[in-house]
Ligand binder design. Structure first.
Ligand code: GLN
Length: 275
């Protein structure tokens, strides 16, 4: 069995199971099994597959056809140009969330004079670590999930990012007017929304679901955030595509509430300034 044949067979199996991007997924899974990158596979297409690779590859294909996301099989996801470790304890970072990073990086430097930043519900730590590295400043990150914080801390360590982690529910333990910038990608999926099996059955429910209307987390975190922000500080939130009006209404105490769209043209990021 050559690498080429293995990839063909793997892609066929995935396609039959209606997995999206079957060829690419087969390549990613075989590269993971062989401990190499995809480029190496292309350069060695006619090499014989080692038996141990075949065994791992077979297991990964099986897991993927059963709905396990590729990122939980390989244990990683790229976000804003860096590889983050992910396990089923954390949400897989999404490309949409990079818009939140872009919005945070646009905040004028004079608005974050002390560069005091909080990420609420950090999950894998993707947002906190990225901001710490891009802005070259310490970031505080909190989460209610201890297993998620362990992954986030491992990511901060591996990527050498100065992030201080706190185990808590939203902003409870922090004192008023501490932060210049607060960011969050909270759970925002409503109870009746349909999610792909990969998401619904494999990603952590606590990072996805937020009561009936998907707004429960905003109801908790927005008052906390407004208490913790310094005057003039910014709050930047990821939102579900139908939540712009409802979340803006919760921010009526703020000046200059702005909504940004994602690449699909859907409302995705809310930026608010505390007066
Ligand atoms: N964007 C995620 C999804 O559509 C949801 C993430 C979240 O609730 N913050 O699956």
């Amino acid at each position: 069995m050559t690498i080429r044949t293995a990839l063909l067979q793997g892609a066929k199996l995935l396609e039959e199971a209606s997995v999206t991007a079957p060829r690419l997924t087969a390549e990613v899974l075989l590269a993971h099994a062989a401990g190499c990158d995809r480029t190496w596979l292309f350069a060695h297409a006619t090499d014989e597959l080692k038996e141990v690779w075949w065994i791992h590859f077979g297991r990964y294909l099986h897991e993927r056809t059963k709905g396990k996301p590729t990122q939980y099989i390989t244990g990683k996801q790229e976000f804003y140009g860096r590889d983050f470790r992910v396990t089923p304890d954390v949400l897989i970072p999404r490309p949409e969330t990079e818009h939140l990073i872009e919005a945070a990086l646009e905040v004028p430097a004079e608005s974050i004079p002390a560069k005091s930043i909080l990420d609420m519900g950090t999950g894998s730590g993707a947002i906190a670590v990225t901001l710490a590295l891009e802005l070259n400043t310490p970031v505080t990150a909190c989460d209610i999930s201890a297993p998620a914080l362990r992954i986030a801390a491992a990511n901060a360590r591996t990527l050498n990012a100065p992030v201080h982690f706190v185990h808590c529910n939203w902003g409870a333990p922090f004192s008023s007017q501490t932060f210049d910038l607060i960011v969050s990608n909270p759970p925002y999926v409503g109870r009746h929304e349909q999610l792909p099996i990969e998401v619904r059955d494999h990603e952590p429910g606590a990072a996805l679901w937020a009561d009936d209307d998907g707004l429960a987390a905003y109801r908790q975190l927005i008052p906390d955030a407004l208490r913790l922000l310094r005057s003039g500080g910014r709050l930047i939130l990821e939102i579900g595509s139908t939540q712009a009006a409802a979340v803006s209404a919760m921010l009526s105490a703020c000046s200059a509430v702005e909504i940004r769209k994602d690449l699909a043209g859907l409302p995705r990021v809310v930026i608010a300034r505390r007066p």
